[in-house]
Ligand binder design. Structure first.
Ligand code: ITT
Length: 235
């Protein structure tokens, strides 16, 4: 199965590729942007974007909208994370947090997978704190100022593989993989069932032909849910 990951962010692509390396999914990078509406939820941004991308992109695709939510700043920058990173950067965020002792924050990633005619949405979250200063050269975006829960290092001080053990994006990709696994299992079962029917011609004659020829809709293959939404937090 080939899926195009539509993103202008090479860091996101590196993380998701590493996480899916062992999966039977070929991820290709489609380096292009798409219109992002200003709204209060990441999921809404993706659902709107998908309405345009569905007409413009052939084949299955994945898109990712993420944000950093700082509690002492009323969840800012949140859905404005990309704009704020460009305009204020990490130094600007640290200035806003100067003297603030309550430094709790979380990252959230929402992934939208277009497969066939269907859209599936997956969530991942990672709680942590805002560091006092930028630390580390790895990662991208807000990584140098975010210390995930249970760690002393920022994400930027970790390798991609280390960040992928605990990050918001990794959690969302895990939910995506679980959906791939369910899809694979159901496909195997359907194959085994049809082989059994084919092997016994007497039994086959008893089977309602309409039912036997019916292949599952893609959304049925994902556990019968049109929208899979899984949220997990960092350990
Ligand atoms: P797309 O083309 O995929 O939209 P983008 O970088 O614009 O790429 P977003 O719209 O999701 O991505 O913007 C979110 C902002 O938050 C952006 O500035 C990112 O650099 C930053 N960000 C997202 N995920 C992050 C992560 O895992 N670590 C640090 N910063 C992150």
């Amino acid at each position: 199965m080939t899926i195009q990951f539509i993103t202008t962010n090479a860091g996101k692509f590196a993380e998701v590729s590493e996480k899916l390396a062992a999966a039977s999914v070929k991820l290709v990078h489609l380096d292009r942007g798409y219109p992002e509406i200003q709204t209060d939820r990441l999921e809404k941004v993706l659902k709107y974007a998908a309405t345009g991308l569905d007409d413009e992109v052939k084949g299955d695709y994945l898109i990712d909208d993420s944000g950093l939510f700082i509690e002492a700043l009323g969840s800012f920058p949140g859905v404005y994370s990309a704009f704020v990173q460009k305009k204020l950067g990490n130094r600007g965020i640290l200035k806003l947090m100067a003297g603030e002792r309550y430094r709790a924050a979380f990252f959230e990633t929402v992934l939208l997978l277009r497969q066939g005619e269907e859209h599936e949405v997956f969530h991942g979250q990672c709680r942590g704190t805002i560091a006092d200063a930028e630390r580390g050269k790895g990662g991208f975006g807000y990584d140098p100022i975010f210390i995930p829960e249970g760690e002393t290092r920022t994400f930027a001080e970790m390798t991609v593989a280390e960040k992928n053990k605990i990050s918001h994006r990794a959690r969302a990709v895990q939910a995506l993989q679980a959906a791939f696994a369910r899809f694979g299992q159901q496909a195997d079962t359907a194959e085994a069932d049809s082989a059994e029917v084919g092997a016994d011609s007497e039994d086959a004659s008893d089977v309602d032909s309409a039912e036997a020829s019916e292949s599952p809709e893609p959304w049925q293959s994902f556990g019968g849910q049109r929208c899979v939404s899984v949220s997990k937090t960092c350990i």
